[in-house]
Design a protein around this ligand. Structure first.
Ligand SMILES: [Fe+2]
Length: 218
């Protein structure tokens, strides 16, 4: 929640890996429409330009973002939705969506091979590209709140408009059944796309499912 640059002591790093998300968008709302320029080395920084979120993206993407497999501890979560233009009716294809979140212990867990901003976001991250009907899906596990905190569990997400368009954060995905979540905080008007609150239900197979549609300004 707190930009790492505000701290002078690198000794604090281990603690922050446990409890904090260094690139929390709410701490940097002004960067929601950042410069498209990314220079070599820029992304090796917890407060890196938001465009760095897309640097490690695979060359080929479908509309399904699979963040982790069945081996990841936690309850399975499948989110889906449609991205629309500002009219709220016209689907927006080829939108890039990036998301990352904590594991089921509230930690931005790492495997040690992450590069760029994913060193801080951890391995529970992914990308997808909306299909011709503007649809996206995220397959992952439910994240947990930071340890010993009352912050709601959340999934950070950023969007990149096709054709060299804007790159910006959207409101975090949060979950309506979370005792720590509030309607107001999940609807920060500084971020396009609308509220991040998702009403999730558990299927017979034990998978949490939810829908969130995004309406993006032009
Ligand atoms: Fe976070």
């Amino acid at each position: 929640m707190i930009p790492i640059k505000n701290f002078s002591a690198a000794l604090l790093l281990p603690a922050l890996f446990l409890f904090s998300c260094k690139t929390d968008p709410s701490a940097n709302p002004e960067s929601k429409s950042a410069s498209l320029q990314v220079r070599p080395g820029d992304c090796d920084d917890p407060d890196a330009n938001i465009n760095c979120y897309f640097v490690n993206m695979p060359a080929t993407l479908s509309h399904i973002m699979s963040i982790c497999g069945e081996e990841e501890p936690g309850e399975r979560l499948h989110l889906k939705g449609t991205v629309y233009k500002a009219d709220g009716k016209t689907p927006l294809p080829d939108v890039l969506l990036y998301a990352y979140h904590t594991n089921n212990k509230g930690i931005y867990a790492q495997k040690g091979k992450e590069t760029g901003v994913q060193k801080w976001h951890g391995y529970l991250h992914g990308w997808c590209r909306t299909d011709q009907n503007g649809r996206y899906e995220i397959q992952t596990i439910r994240p947990a709140s930071y340890p010993k905190s009352t912050a709601p569990a959340h999934i950070h997400a950023a969007v990149k408009i096709p054709g060299g368009g804007k790159v910006f954060y959207i409101n975090d995905f949060v979950f309506k059944d979370d005792p720590y979540v509030s309607e107001r905080e999940s609807s920060d008007p500084r971020f396009p796309g609308g509220p991040g609150m998702v009403d999730v239900v558990k299927s017979e197979k034990g998978v949490w499912t939810g829908v969130r549609n995004l309406i993006l300004s032009d």
